[in-house]
Ligand binder design. Sequence first.
Ligand code: ADP
Ligand code: MG
Length: 436
Amino acid sequence: MKIEGSVSVDAPADEVWTALFDPAVMNSCIPGATDIERVSPTTYRGKVGIKIGPIAPSFDVVVEIDETTENESVSATIRGEEGSRASMVNANALMTLEPLTAEQTELRYSTTVSVTGRLGKFGLGIMKKTAEKQARQFAEALSRRLSEAQPDDRGEQEQTPEPHRVRTRSASQPPAPSDLACSLENISFEYALPGGKTLPVIEDVSFDLRRGEVVTILGPSGCGKSTLLHIAAGLLPCKSGRITIDGENIIGRPGKTGLMMQSDELLPWRTVLENVLLGPEVLKGGTTKADSMRALELLEIAGLLNFEHHYPNALSGGMRQRVAFVRTLMLDRPLVLLDEPFGALDAITRGEMQQWLLEMRAQLDQTLLLITHDVDEAIFLSDRIMVMSSRPGRIALERASEFDRPRNFEEIVVDPRFGALKRDLLKAIHPRNSSR
Ligand code: ADP
Ligand code: MG
């Protein structure tokens, strides 16, 4: 596969080359490369791996920079060991940069990634996404490096400060028609009680989810979180408001979302693979070889390869939740809804599962709407957090979780911003307690 793009470089060619050879930039120009260090002017050493799940193969590489003409053209070749232990997948990446002259303000690049081994269509899709992401990161890293290199000595002619002079454009990327994955508008809901009474549970809830975003809903028990998720899953008809995915109102229509609950609901008489294949089996009346292939790939990403023929009772609680999550992913829905997915797990397993979910998310770019009562979990996992008030639930607070990804819980928990955000969220969840 080939990923092409260009970076607009408003800097002299030699400065661009110097910036290119910065290890930080090198690290981001090769798909899957990490820890690249310069060992000689034209040789870098590091690791490369196709990061697919916790068992990602990773092997040492030598990156050779082959400068064909000084300051004109550069290409980097990565060679990994033949065949990696974990998944029998091997990859090679070659990045080529077009010659750059003094007059040019555009640096064109192309990265060719070739993969050999047992990697089906789905795995290739992930590989492609990873490579595209890496190409964007390369352009961003180069941009950052260049703007650091030239503080403001050209400020005399150009007064307008442009923090990102370097635009990135990847030719293989779609033109991004819309960033919106799902939009909830003015959702209000009440349960009908015996005797003609009603119980108002949700009041005028509206928010959007962007593609690939993780949004968490926090709120006191009984405020209507699960009810809201069931409405979004199309399971509860709701007369007031709209939930739009791909331009369709999905209220009362279950086909656009996948729902995963606190209990894993695995069928004990079916193996892991058979449980995971349940979705396509029920929806299409049977499974194809492609379904099995995809199920195995997802199980591999989830760190469950070699467990496909086990029965659920042979698995730990955390593994069972992973299987349940993979089963939800098999439905291939634009939005996955998770109702306290780790609520039944012990604290240590929950921590491991949170980290695992972040890794899965990073690789799959899946949009997630998650419910939890655990404020730490919400901050750690989310891009944005919504706090619902007590019944009838309204959105009482919306906050972004401002920590960079990839995240490490031990690091962010000691960050003063963590404490401040947690305080605000707790105050919004229990407004009466907070005055004490
Ligand atoms: P949460 O998930 O935030 O704890 P739920 O959405 O499960 O809250 O429930 C919200 C409120 O609606 C609770 O008071 C609950 O008792 C009530 N409720 C839930 N399901 C039903 C139902 N089927 N009929 C009547 N009331 C219900
Ligand atoms: Mg609930």
